[in-house]
Design a protein around this ligand. Structure first.
Ligand code: GLY
Length: 378
């Protein structure tokens, strides 16, 4: 089964992850990337592995998928280290979700109760207890949830590692090579068309993030309902006096933007993110930067002194119900792995393992069955 010929459209972490696993199993895999591999949403992300902080508590199936993928991370990190010869900054210091004023309490309590209900390792802390864990937190922080099991990876290291592992296993990567068309004949995907011609293939995987609905050749009826959701972000350099270890998230009932602060081992502090419906516009705005800086400064006043290293905006591939679109489509041999929205890094391991199994065995597992395209077609 491993000798299949597979074309993957999109070289972000999802495409690279699937490609790596398939190539490792002996398949002939080619990834077509419109730009440089992993330089879109995979690069822009913060790398938080936080199923609860990044989904609504009502999104039960998505939460389960996120928790399952999180549980695969130790195995994923080890396997990547072996195949790529590098680590990806996997850190397990946990997350502090902090509230600053009375209006935030209801939101935090609701989240805490949902987390407890699911048996997660969470602790309700006073402001003082939260500052014992992270002394840089503001005296204005009055309450916090400590999620011991919400972790992080350095997503840019993960891009590099996946690319290395994929190529080391024999995968072929064409960068700056947009797909002109998915070629479908009699209800079967038979290949892809690029500037270099037609490439015949046994299976086509669509993992093109927020560009997934822009690929020619797909019938309108099965176009994946994916759109770009812009997130502006910035990176600060932690200096003396600010040495944050845990991921910090704010809950701000009265402001449009809750922020997160994600410390990297190299001293960078990632601050994100806005959430804007602006199409493919990736310009930074004064309002976006202002909301991020205000949120970061309110939670950790010491950021006021820190140098700004980088600013950027990325495009999350948001689906209509915030959950990814995984698995078979009404077109034979056309597989979707897209729409991962706010959880692309978290969901990469489960997507890579499950889509690989699907392609090699032909069977859709119970894990991904609820996330197939058909939920939008009924
Ligand atoms: N997962 C972080 C974000 O979407 O902003």
């Amino acid at each position: 089964m491993g000798n299949k010929n597979i074309s993957i459209i999109g070289g972000g972490v999802i495409g690279l992850g699937i490609g790596w696993q398939l190539a490792k199993a002996g398949a002939s895999v080619t990834i077509y990337e419109r730009d440089r591999a992993g330089r879109a949403a995979s690069w822009a992300a913060a790398g938080m592995l936080a199923p609860f902080a990044e989904a609504h508590t009502e999104e039960q199936e998505l939460l389960n998928l996120g928790c399952e993928s999180l549980s695969l991370y130790p195995q994923w990190v080890e396997e990547l280290a072996t195949d790529a010869g590098m680590s990806i900054g996997y850190r397990v210091e946990g997350t502090l979700i902090v509230g600053l004023e009375a209006d935030d309490t209801d939101q935090l309590r609701h989240l805490y109760e949902a987390q407890q209900h699911l048996g997660l390792e969470v602790h309700w802390l006073s402001g003082r207890e939260a500052r014992e864990i992270e002394p840089a937190l503001s005296p204005r922080v009055t309450m916090a949830i400590h999620c011991a099991t919400d972790y992080q990876v350095d997503n840019r290291l993960m891009v590099a590692a996946l690319q290395r592992a994929y190529q080391a296993c024999g995968g072929v990567l064409h960068e700056n090579c947009p797909i002109q068309k998915i070629v479908i004949e009699n209800g079967v995907a038979i290949g892809v068309q690029t500037q270099n011609g037609f490439h015949e293939t046994d299976v086509v995987v669509l993992s093109a993030g927020c560009w997934s609905a822009q690929i020619d050749g797909l019938p309108d009826a099965i176009m994946p309902p994916v759109r770009p959701v812009k997130g502006q972000m910035l990176a600060l350099q932690m200096e003396e006096g600010i040495d944050i270890k845990a991921v910090i998230r704010t809950v701000r009932a009265r402001y449009p933007t809750s922020v997160y602060l994600v410390p990297r081992s190299d001293g960078r502090l990632i601050v994100g993110a806005t959430s804007e419906e602006m199409g493919f516009d990736t310009r930074l705005t004064v309002g976006g930067m202002f909301e991020l800086l205000r949120g970061a400064w309110e939670a950790v006043p010491g950021v006021y002194e820190l140098p700004v290293l980088e600013t950027w905006a990325g495009l999350r591939p948001g689906s209509r119900d915030n959950a990814p679109i995984l698995g078979k489509t009404p077109i034979e041999n056309l597989i979707y792995a897209t729409g991962h929205y706010r959880n692309g890094i978290l969901l990469t391991p489960i997507t890579a393992y499950e889509i690989t199994t699907l392609i090699l065995s032909g069977e859709t597992s119970e894990t991904i069955a609820p996330f197939q395209l058909d939920r939008f077609l009924r």
